[in-house]
Design a protein around this ligand. Structure first.
Ligand SMILES: NC(=O)c1ccc[n+]([C@@H]2O[C@H](COP(=O)([O-])OP(=O)(O)OC[C@H]3O[C@@H](n4cnc5c(N)ncnc54)[C@H](O)[C@@H]3O)[C@@H](O)[C@H]2O)c1
Length: 411
């Protein structure tokens, strides 16, 4: 219901609450309206006092259309907890999630021969974001689940940034001795659309002694430049340092080209410091000197490896979030934790939902709710630090559901 709040601090006009006595006589005349956060603010001219007044006319709840793909294994267990926490954040920060759940998974593949329907991308296109658990299950080859679902979505929707924040949370012990939260805080930015993961290639002389396989890597100027630009831009919002993963000593065409584009991009960002390492020594530095890294940019394959190593040094893959981003927002982006479907613990109710919940924070930040995202991450940190409601991979006893409820309760 509209109610009088307080007069704007406008030049020449007195500020202060609209005098209670003037309210019955206050003949409001509309003076316009603006959007402010989740509220539509309407302004009026108060005839009694001569002031411009502000009415918080109504709380506008933004509704976001989100496609949900729980997938397989623990994906089906952790995703409901991610949804629970996003709903709790929505109640506090004024948004609603309009979920549409898709059963696309290995189970579906076993029944229908397809991970998703032929028009899967057309069905997803109308959504603002996709919230995914994990796909993959014994009995269905991993390349089927990857190429039948994840890669078509990442490529079809030009999600060329794979974003994986790696942070050692307070209360989590790193397997690296004497390392604390100040030492491990990096953003791994993996090229997600081309590079080593290409469909180009084939086999010859199958099933003969001359059998051979050829796999083509693809590095385009556009592809390299856009991921590197994204990395430099993100570094500007952080500690202004970008490290590039390369292997230009052994891979003599594509990787020197990657280095060339990195050097060209660095010239455009003279305020950002850079470093470059071959992937082999870079993995060693991740372990020995994690504090050297802020933003790390890497090709599809190298980024894939680093973004599993990163969460490992940050304590547990069960807390590592990820997003496949189309920065231009021409298509929906897809948010999925780094971990897979963990068949070894699936069905036991013990999977850590934190990665999925943190992934949800990334999703809602992408949709414009930075404050809600920060509150979710703060709630995760508090739960983990206090050790209440943590699952056994972090040394606790909570079930997946209890861990999700503990985070939601803090919002
Ligand atoms: N994005 C994806 O959908 C995705 C990513 C990686 C792997 N996969 C698939 O998942 C399946 C299993 O792969 P994997 O075993 O290599 O990797 P995985 O991440 O599923 O599991 C690795 C180990 O980490 C543990 N683990 C993972 N997530 C956890 C969580 N939330 N809480 C507690 N422990 C957790 C598992 O129990 C297991 O011991 C495969 O079919 C693979 O293709 C899918």
């Amino acid at each position: 219901m509209p109610y009088h709040v307080r007069h704007l601090l406008l030049p020449r006009l007195a500020a202060g609450d609209c005098p209670p006595g003037s309210r019955p006589a206050c003949r409001r005349r509309p003076a316009g309206g603006i959007m402010a956060g989740s509220r539509v603010v309407s302004m009026h001219w108060c005839a009694s006092t001569g002031n411009i007044g502000v009415d918080f006319a109504r709380e506008v709840v933004m509704k976001h259309r989100i496609a949900v793909i729980p997938g397989d294994g623990i994906g089906k267990e952790v995703l409901p907890e991610g949804m629970r926490v996003l709903e709790a954040a929505g109640r506090r920060f004024g948004f609603e999630c309009d979920w549409t759940v898709f059963d696309w998974s290995c189970e579906r593949f076993a029944k229908t021969g397809r991970m998703m329907p032929e028009d899967g991308l057309d069905q997803l296109r109308a959504f603002e974001a996709i919230y995914l658990g994990a796909v993959g299950f014994p009995g269905v080859p991993d390349h089927v689940s990857l190429w039948g679902l994840l890669i078509p979505i990442r490529r079809g929707f030009r999600q060329y940034v794979n974003l994986r924040p790696v942070r050692l949370l307070r209360g989590v012990r790193s397997p690296l001795r004497d390392r604390g939260p100040a030492d491990i805080d990096m953003l791994i930015i993996r090229e997600n659309n081309e590079g080593e993961y290409s469909e180009i290639g084939g086999r010859l002389y199958k099933d003969t002694p001359e059998e051979l396989a050829v796999q083509q890597a693809v590095f385009t100027r556009r592809g390299c430049d856009r991921i590197m630009r994204y990395a430099f831009e993100r570094a500007r919002q952080r500690r202004r340092h970008v490290t590039s993963a390369t292997k230009s000593n052994g891979i003599i065409h594509s990787m020197p080209y990657w280095d060339e584009r990195f050097a060209a991009m660095a010239k455009q960002y003279s305020d950002v410091k850079t470093a470059q390492y071959h992937i082999d020594i870079l993995t060693a530095h991740f372990v020995q000197h994690p504090d050297w890294f802020d933003v790390v940019v890497a090709s599809n394959l190298f980024g894939d490896i680093l973004s599993d190593l990163g969460p490992a040094i940050a304590g547990s893959i069960g807390i590592a979030p990820g997003g496949n981003i189309n920065p231009e927002k021409e298509y929906p982006s897809m948010f999925e934790p780094v971990h897979g479907s963990a068949p070894d613990i699936a069905g036991k109710g013990i999977a850590n939902p934190v990665a999925q919940i943190w992934t949800g924070a990334m999703l809602i930040e992408h949709l414009g709710h930075a404050e809600a995202a920060a509150a979710i991450v703060a709630a995760i940190e508090k739960v983990v630090e206090e050790g209440r409601g943590v699952t056994r991979d972090l040394g606790g006893k909570a079930t997946t559901r209890e861990a999700g409820e503990a985070v939601a309760a803090l919002l």
